[in-house]
Write a protein that binds this ligand. Structure first.
Ligand code: ZN
Length: 103
């Protein structure tokens, strides 16, 4: 998966299409990402010792990585990226639009 925690993404399909957000968790095994403010679900929580009030909490649920596009932090555009391997074996992600490295 080409997405990492901290990346800004644009949602391209589903209920949240067109929204931008920041990845707060990447789940490479299931090919999903959790994005700040996107795909908010409500969970009814019973009172426990750590949360004595219980009640309803809202949390962002994971969405499929194929439904989002990385927004290049250099040209501020949703782009496809390619992986370049440097001579020292390090992999860097390169924006296909502006050709610069996406950090
Ligand atoms: Zn770019």
């Amino acid at each position: 998966m080409k997405l990492r925690k901290g990346d800004t993404i644009l949602v391209i399909s589903g209920n949240n299409a067109g929204k931008r957000g920041k990845i707060i968790q990447a789940l490479p095994k299931s090919n999903k990402v959790v994005v700040e403010g996107i795909n908010i679900r409500k969970k009814h929580v019973k009172p426990t010792q750590t949360a004595p009030q219980g009640g309803i909490t809202e949390f962002p649920a994971p969405i499929d990585a194929s439904n989002v596009m990385l927004v290049c932090n250099k040209c501020n555009t949703p782009v496809r990226i390619k992986i370049n391997r440097l001579e020292n074996g390090e992999r860097v992600r390169v924006c296909r639009k502006c050709g610069r490295e996406v950090s």
